[in-house]
Design a protein around this ligand. Sequence first.
Ligand code: ATP
Ligand code: MG
Length: 332
Amino acid sequence: KPRVVSGVQPSADSLHLGNYVGAVRNWVDLQDDNECVFFVADLHAITAEQDPAALAQRTRTTAAQYIAAGIDPERSTLLVQSHVPEHAQLAWALNCITGFGEASRMTQFKDKSARQGAENATVGLFAYPVLMAADILIYQAHQVPVGEDQRQHLELTRNLAQRFNARFGDTFVVPEAKILAESAKIYDLQNPVAKMSKSAASENGLIRLLDPAKKNAKKIRSAVTDDGTEIRFDREAKPGIANLLTVYSALTGRSVPDVVGEYEGKLYGHLKVGLAEVVTETLDPIQARAQELLDDPAELDRLLARGAEKGREITVRTLAAVYDRMGFLPRL
Ligand code: ATP
Ligand code: MG
């Protein structure tokens, strides 16, 4: 079975709809035909300003949301990145074959560092894509399901794998990106040309998986649209409506034209009310299951410890091969 690896940062108290539609939801089906490793990317979560008091709890809530959304910790390997030290160890080795200019071209770094103010950006944020490459290569993954926003990082990962293999001998599987269609990209409700993101300036544009239905409905009602009245899919001219239609379609499994057909001739408000219902129906069962898991943190931690053990069966071997090829003196 091909091996698949993916993760989400625990950089907020809850995942948002973009993480769900663009990532976690797709992982659920991949479990049937692949050997899956899903991790909570806590090492990535410290690349921006972070709250030590919140990190552990956010790590648990993120893991709980994975399971609540349908990740089965028996069939898949579910782990916390920092529990598997080989991620960080491989990242260092890869840092040393990554060009400074190459890393400087990563658009996510440019975006995020601009948002934080260039002088606040850390070396960790700069090296983030290299750690991401390590996350993937350490498991010898064949496929990486990520949203469109990660395409460039995946390309870097492939380049680093090929470069290492050429320089030091065949070591890594060169992974394929499993980029989900453009329609899987969810935009900020308040600024529908920017992607929905945990690190967005304002939370009003985010639909969070664990937020109360009322709060989410309110955010959907106040989503930015346009001053027209026509409900049709036009990403350029009507990015707000296009986004609402995308979410509706993604959550119901119905095609966009089908949803447009239902709402054609109706008011924007009707679409918003309909979408709020769809969101509530999707999130209610996820919230209930996540709460059960969070009520028993000892059991959740036990599942994560087991996942780290399973993961290390692979990562220890990969790192040993890397160190050997790079010429490090083996420790007796
Ligand atoms: P941050 O702002 O902290 O980077 P994020 O919201 O971008 O958070 P990540 O943890 O970086 O979330 O990404 C986790 C996964 O979610 C990735 O696979 C990414 O492609 C996907 N993803 C993130 N935002 C969106 C979005 N708006 N639409 C679709 N997929 C998304
Ligand atoms: Mg991100």
